[in-house]
Design a protein around this ligand. Structure first.
Ligand code: ADP
Length: 362
């Protein structure tokens, strides 16, 4: 989607990733086969470009640091990435900066966790492996003693289980001149079992004071991490009325997909504007929207087949994005659909129709 935005301005984009089968290879000017976790691959690739950006935080940051020293513009910067990609360091950053977040402790291994239970930590709690996982894959909720059996022996950050009223996200953008702008807050509704975003509703149905606070936090964090580009700030609003930062992602994010059709500037164009040091675009909502992730159906792995696309494309004001991943897996994000409508309940009905009918099997 970043390549699609770049093509409007004919900005040549090079991509580094593992296989030319991956969707971006068909949309970029040059695809370089390599591993973004490998020092040499990233270094060699980065030395050939003017501006380097990322779409996943688990890249080789030692190589990015070297490239920064060689004068390449790396956005976001490697130090911010190091803080963000380790959930322990990220939480320590919030604590140091007095940014509201749920109370937490860091443990090197499972034994340390077991020793702390009933001493400094009580069930229920949430375990997050410090560096493993995304889309909820490295997150385990411990609600009863037997749940502890499933906790792995890895460095972890353990935090209080928040009684969540709403999950929201605000995406901030910042350019090298220091100009900052935020997108309106969106509400995220999670899939009951897959632990990833199922529906996203824009605008979020939250009070003005939560809206203001959420934006202020997003601006504060992007400035303090000195990030150029986008920063998605995921927050919880707790049932007892607190706003807590859960985690951030320094890149185009799932919680900004609806901006393509719903907002004055898409998150992808905004990211390009930011890293190219152009003025940032207006972010206001053109139409309220509901976004639904199109996930691989449970029980199917293999070459992707899409059922009932015609009926879904027939719906008015519905925009279907299929990413062209060749292989589907249960709950893999294979695409998304955005429905715009002044009446959010109508948008939701159409989004649900698409989710229930556009089945991705193998
Ligand atoms: P990931 O990086 O894998 O997306 P998150 O930290 O966003 O992991 O957690 C995934 C989801 O798990 C959250 O969106 C939320 O629904 C739930 N969750 C995470 N942390 C907590 C918490 N402390 N209390 C309650 N639920 C949580």
């Amino acid at each position: 989607m970043l390549c699609q935005a770049a093509s409007n301005w004919r900005i040549p984009i090079w991509i580094l990733d593992q296989s030319p089968d991956f969707p971006a290879s068909r949309l970029c000017d040059r695809f370089v086969e390599g591993n973004f976790k490998d020092y040499d691959d990233v270094l060699q690739f980065g030395r050939q470009v003017d501006i380097l950006t990322i779409e996943i935080e688990h890249v080789n940051t030692d190589a990015l640091e070297q490239l920064e020293q060689e004068g390449i513009s790396v956005y976001p910067n490697s130090a911010a990435l190091n803080t963000i990609k380790d959930k322990g360091l990220q939480k320590l950053f919030y604590r140091d900066q007095q940014i509201p977040t749920s109370p937490f402790q860091i443990f090197e291994n499972k034994e340390e966790l077991l020793n702390a239970i009933d001493v400094s930590i009580n069930i229920p709690f949430v375990v997050k492996y410090r560096t493993a996982g995304y889309d909820g894959k490295g997150v385990q909720v411990v609600k009863k003693a037997t749940d502890i059996d499933r906790v792995g022996d890895l460095p972890m950050m353990v935090e209080d289980l928040v009684d969540i009223d709403k999950e929201i996200s605000v995406i901030a953008a910042r350019n090298p001149n220091g100009e900052v702008i935020t997108f309106p807050a969106v509400e995220m509704e999670f899939h009951p079992t897959a632990n990833l975003v199922e529906y996203l509703v824009c605008p979020a149905n939250i009070s003005t004071s939560f809206n203001t606070k959420a934006k202020e936090l997003a601006v504060e964090i992007i400035q303090k991490l000195d990030i150029v580009g986008l920063l998605a700030v995921e927050m919880f609003i707790s049932k007892d009325g607190h706003i807590l930062v859960n985690e951030v992602a320094p890149r185009p994010h799932n919680s900004g997909h609806q901006t393509i059709e719903g907002n004055a500037t898409s998150q992808y164009e905004q990211h390009l504007r930011a890293i190219l040091n152009l003025s940032l675009g207006p972010t206001h909502i053109l139409q309220p929207s509901v976004m639904v992730n199109l996930l691989g159906a449970d029980g199917y792995s293999g070459h992707a087949i899409y059922e009932n696309i015609d009926e879904c494309i027939d719906l008015n004001d519905s925009y279907i994005h299929l990413y062209g991943k060749t292989v589907t897996k249960p709950f893999r994000k294979m695409g998304h659909a955005t429905v715009i409508d002044e009446d959010l309940s109508k948008a939701r009905r159409k989004a649900t129709f698409i989710k229930d009918n556009l089945i991705i099997k193998a």
